[in-house]
Design a binder for this molecule. Sequence first.
Ligand SMILES: [Zn+2]
Ligand SMILES: [Zn+2]
Length: 328
Amino acid sequence: MAPPPSAVLSQDTISAIHHTTILQLVTNSRELITVSAYVDLHLHTSHSDGLDAPGTVVAQAAGLGFAAVAITDHDTVSGLAEAETAARKHGLKFLHGTEISSTFDGREVHVVGLGVRPDDPALLDVLKKLQEDRSVRADEIIRRLNKLGVPIRRSEVQARAGHAAIGRLHIARELRALGITNTVQKAFEKYVGRGRSAFVAKTSLPCGETIGLIHASGGLAFLAHPGIGATTRNRLLRLLELPFDGIEAYHSKHTAGQVAAFAQVAQERGLLISGGSDYHGHAGTSQTELGEITHAAELGKVHVPYAHFERIVEALGKPASGGQAAIE
Ligand SMILES: [Zn+2]
Ligand SMILES: [Zn+2]
């Protein structure tokens, strides 16, 4: 059943909606208004390259009236316990997530796993290896920058990254803090963006292996933000020959037309629909993780209808949704 149309309400009213899928309000004029509830299933925290602690991100989402969230930090599940505690406190539904960098036909593809078991030993093993590779890569980027005469130090970048494995966004923020570039965006354009002077490629799993890993840990695998990275329809359809469970139709970098087109592809293929803001904190600028740089995603700007979350939860509850696909 299609969700009813949303009414325009004040932020306070929207903030009051948490658990209810559809809240019906009777106005003073006795007119019936229906309000849809929304979820955000793609959020980053300081456990990867987001700026805010997991509890803070969840509290912000609660304040904006979201009914459910998933934290999807890059190649890690370390922030999930804190986020889950915060979600319980704020009355939000919560899914364990992670976003795993992968490759397909020699190009980077991101896969979001939702409903994964954060204590799954095989998942933890692979994520640990990816984190170690990130650390080696960070050393190499910093070595290249130093060779270019840029006085950046790993210890200072790590202080900035806190819990997280150092990624390019941390290095770009440090370059800006040092006054080497005026903005984070310029740091990508000049130094750490794909093909730039200090760029080092990341080690990634083949996309099919990532999907198998997510399935084996009880989760559902979603093709992340297919609208980023100039994915042609042909490439999208070839990607979807892999055993994905769904597509992120909703994303802060997708146009309304892309949201509709990706949702239609999902429906045609019997796939689930997911998505979210891809929020990384109020950084002013951010990168989209696939080498492109745009304005940072804002929390609260992407509204995934609650019905999609319900279908995901239902699919997670079925035995067929987890542990079926073999690792390729
Ligand atoms: Zn991504
Ligand atoms: Zn992301």
